[in-house]
Write a protein that binds this ligand. Structure first.
Ligand SMILES: Cc1cc2nc3c(=O)[nH]c(=O)nc-3n(C[C@H](O)[C@H](O)[C@H](O)COP(=O)(O)O)c2cc1C
Length: 365
């Protein structure tokens, strides 16, 4: 199985299955001299962890990060950083009945068709547990970005049709982690929570939209023509399970706008050339323009639902029906926030190394 590695100079390779002994990441290309310990990784993993609230899957995992290599005396050495998380709360019993009946909307059928077999326990490699490696790698990328004064912030802007009102960066920083849906509009957050409880009680699920913002990104990041910053961000974000769309700045609305509405006027502000609006989402020609990078992802409703659905029993090749009773997230957007932030941070670090903004050999002295 190819395609487990992401990045050019700053690269991550994720490994592991949902119900195997553990999951993790190997980070290759991290500069030497960066202060790093398990708490840096754990902080981010705790935001992704299952069982963190009553609106996530009840699977109880501590997701304790162990750094196995690449760090000496509290600093990165430049060697590959290997991080492992053990799977502790494994219960494959509910998946036994799904061995021969692929779940509609999940990757069971496509894995089976491609490889002729699959690790059916907990979704195997297509499980959200794979994103632990991304979040751990992203935690290291975020440390490198903070040294450059760059912050990556994600928040839920829509869930089950409920829209948050527009908020400031300060609101996102202040409010997002104060409620389990990770919505910076605290009133919308209450409604979203109620929506999740309601659909779960019907045996169903809902999707939503997550926005990810990169602040402090200097102008000039991005490698045209094929490796544009926007193209790499889209690739990174679209590689997350359940993400079905990506937009930047004004996004898909640009199709209905006039040039005079879409173009961000350019003006001098404190002797600096600035854009007066940010419909471009901080990128033009695939290169950052110094304004905040604004990405939004559309996240589909969780495919594993307990409502009855049609499928095929592959053991006798007959049509059948299933109800999925395992442990699942009734809504993915709140849990995807730290994963999407990680992908944006990984892309920014990689592109900044390629553009000479970050020294790929030696970080802090
Ligand atoms: C953070 C996160 C949590 C998820 N939780 C679940 C879940 O509990 N149950 C489920 O069926 N799918 C869940 N998914 C979605 C599946 O992983 C995804 O739908 C599946 O791999 C098929 O990929 P696709 O939807 O991109 O085609 C989750 C995804 C993410 C990123």
């Amino acid at each position: 199985m190819a395609g487990n590695t992401f990045g050019t100079l700053f690269r991550i390779t994720t490994w592991g299955e949902s119900h195997g002994p553990g999951v993790g990441v190997v980070i290759d290309g991290c500069p030497a001299g960066i202060a790093l310990d398990e708490t840096d990784i754990q902080k981010e993993l705790n935001r992704r962890r299952p069982g963190q609230s009553d609106i996530t899957t009840p699977r109880k995992e501590e997701d304790k990060a162990e750094i196995l290599s690449g760090v000496f005396s509290g600093k990165t050495t430049g060697a590959p950083i290997s991080i492992m998380v053990k799977n502790l709360d494994v219960d494959s019993s509910k998946y036994e009945e799904l061995k021969n009946t692929p779940r509609p909307g999940h990757a069971d059928l496509t894995y089976e068709l491609k490889y002729g077999l699959r690790d059916w326990r907990g979704g195997g490699r297509s499980s959200a547990r794979e994103t632990i490696g991304r979040v751990a790698g992203g935690a290291v990328a975020k440390k490198l970005l903070l040294l450059q004064g760059i912050e990556v912030l994600g928040h839920v802007v829509e869930l089950g049709g409920i829209r948050a009102k527009p908020v400031s960066i300060e609101d996102i920083r202040e409010n997002t982690e104060k409620n389990p849906v990770r919505c910076a509009d605290m009133e919308a957050a209450v409604e979203m929570q109620a929506m999740i409880h309601a659909v779960r009680s019907e045996g169903d699920s809902v999707g939503g939209i997550v926005e990810i913002i990169g602040t402090g990104v200097p102008a000039g990041v991005g490698e045209p023509v094929f490796d544009k910053l926007s193209a790499e961000l889209a690739r990174g974000l679209m590689s997350i399970g359940a993400v079905k769309g990506v937009e930047f700045g004004a996004g898909f609305k640009c199709a209905q706008m006039k040039g005079s509405q879409m173009n961000d006027p350019i003006a001098l502000r404190d002797d600096k050339i600035r854009a007066l609006s940010n419909n471009a989402g901080g990128m033009l020609g695939g290169i950052s323009n110094g304004e905040p990078i604004i990405c939004r992802i559309a996240v589909k409703p969780t495919p594993s639902i307990s409502k009855e659905q049609r499928t095929v029993d592959m053991s006798n090749m007959k049509d059948t029906r299933i109800k999925i009773t395992g442990r699942h997230d009734p809504s993915i957007p709140p849990r995807i926030v730290p994963v999407a932030e990680a992908m944006v941070a990984l892309v920014l670090v990689d592109q900044m190394m390629r553009g000479g903004f970050i020294n790929p050999v030696i970080g802090e002295k």
